[in-house]
Design a protein around this ligand. Sequence first.
Ligand code: SF4
Ligand code: MG
Length: 331
Amino acid sequence: KDPLLEVQNLKKYFQLNRNETLKAVDGVSFTLYEGETLGIVGESGCGKSTLGRTILGLYDKTEGDVRYKGKDYLQTRQDRFQLTKEMQMIFQDPYASLNPRSTVYDLISEPMDIHGLYPNKKDRRRRVEELLQEVGLTKEHLYRYPHEFSGGQRQRIGIARALALEPSMIIADEPLSALDVSIQAQVVYLLKQIQKEKGLTFLFIAHDLSLVKYMSDRVGVMYLGQLVELTSSDKLYQHPLHPYTEALLSAIPIPDPDIEEKRERIILEGDLPSPINPPSGCVFRTRCPHVMDICAQVKPNFNEIDKDHFVACHLYQQQREDKKSTEAGVT
Ligand code: SF4
Ligand code: MG
């Protein structure tokens, strides 16, 4: 598969005042392949939403490189505008992201209007009706307002709006967390169906680990603005390597009895440190059950420890060095 999105050492800092900088995203790298779903999980405040918004150009990046289909779209306004045709976002709270004074028709046709698509009124209306149908709504809903819908229906409107420009990639920022559990399953089903039909690529941001597993081919775990582990969902859930991932996973029930048996609940000490003043060395060291001396001094690299398994932790650094020397024929 071809890489669709390449993110290299991406940073997004917010200067709060003269002395304080919030390091919301602090050196994130990953590649997203065509047609896959990459889940990004982490506690609230870990920078996952900021990551999504920076990739899309809604925030100016501080440093790093973002390439979509090999091209850097974040340099000029014109390119950013073009990027919105390729990449769209679905938001956590569909109520807050939909203008309450716009009808469903206006909400869904607005992006077309901005990009000059379907200038013919009849065609445009037909296209909006088509989109409504794709998300499980009907033309009866065309001239109603957001407040007349349930949370799940509003998220469907948000999805239809995101699909209006026929993007090839969707960034979904906790699209389910404002919904009742019973509705979540329906929206998950809808997203998967749309992905299959359109061959969409997804960056799926969430804090709920079980939903992410179900949605994603690969999963990245974020902590304090950094990716600490990234691998296939199966590997991540069965053999987590990073101590933070282990702790996160230990908190959710696993239906597989073989895993459940071995897994002990790991309670993390202390609070999430502030991204304004992150710990030196490893960002996780203030809460890590395995912390070593080196962890305060040296920031662990985000290394490929195993095939397609990236981890930023000193526990595995040595293992990698050993493997390297074996491969080089040094014993
Ligand atoms: Fe824990 Fe050290 Fe690994 Fe960080 S680098 S996760 S502190 S063992
Ligand atoms: Mg968020």
